[in-house]
Design a protein around this ligand. Structure first.
Ligand code: TIU
Length: 242
């Protein structure tokens, strides 16, 4: 019998290291999530992409295909917040004077309605307009960072990398829309900057199911060329166990 037998367990010291890593079942192999240095990055869950009358619909897309992501993304975000881990959100959009909108982006495809034009939710993809806002289901909390980006990738022309480094973040769980456009561009950018990325496939969505499937495959192909792919239930289980 040792000296501590029968006494109540000591509470963890205030300086005890954070738990982890938490192994998460993933492709191509388990992702070792280290809570203290892993952020949830929520890409462009904006009304302009997910609600009728926005930029996404103006491109001819069916927003219902993206709305499937809302419930799993919301559940994962809630669990992530409960665990006290870092959360970053992004929004795609432009200055009101469109000075940060390259003509190539504005005119691509010869659209009848272009970025900056008025729509039912204000000017399309312009900062401060109703359509530019993150949907209420995924609304950021006051202490969560929101990155405004003019491009598809979250690292280009933003301070995301500097903010992540300041918090010693080395891993990203990336969710949001759309899988093959802004999520993919961001995962590729993050990979080149030295981050390990995990993408839960049910928390990312596309207007094109076949492109979604291909984009998901591309991430974990070649033994994880850009990162790891899993599902939100695996991450929820790991957080609950941790
Ligand atoms: N956020 C994002 O993916 N922007 C897009 O324009 N996506 C499309 O799929 N169009």
């Amino acid at each position: 019998m040792n000296a501590s037998s029968g006494s109540a367990a000591l509470p963890p010291a205030a300086s005890s290291p954070p738990p982890g890593p938490l192994p998460i079942s993933a492709e191509p192999y388990a992702f070792e999530l280290t809570p203290a240095t892993c952020a949830l990055l929520v890409i462009d869950m904006q009304r302009d992409f997910l609600e009728p009358g926005g930029f996404g619909e103006s491109l001819g897309n069916d927003v219902a295909l993206l709305r499937r992501v809302i419930t799993p993304a919301r559940t994962l975000l809630a669990a992530w917040r409960s665990a006290g881990l870092a959360v970053f959100h992004t929004r795609e959009g432009h200055r009101a004077d469109l000075a940060d909108l390259p003509p190539a982006k504005r005119n691509r495809g010869h659209p009848t309605v272009r970025i900056g034009d008025p729509g039912p939710m204000g000017r399309l993809l312009v900062r401060g307009e109703p359509g530019h806002a993150i949907i209420p289901e995924l609304a950021p909390l006051p202490d969560e960072t929101v990155i405004d980006k003019p491009g598809k990738g979250a690292f280009w022309a933003t301070d995301l990398h500097a903010l992540l480094r300041a918090r010693q973040i080395r891993q990203l769980v990336v969710i949001g829309v759309t899988t093959e456009v802004c999520v993919h561009t961001t995962v590729r950018e993050a990979n080149d900057r030295g981050y390990d990325c995990l993408v839960p496939a049910d928390c990312v969505g596309s207007y094109f199911p076949d492109l979604h499937t291909a984009a998901i495959r591309m991430i974990s192909a070649q033994d994880g060329i850009f990162g790891w792919v899993s599902r939100s239930d695996k991450i929820l289980a790991a957080l609950a166990a941790g």
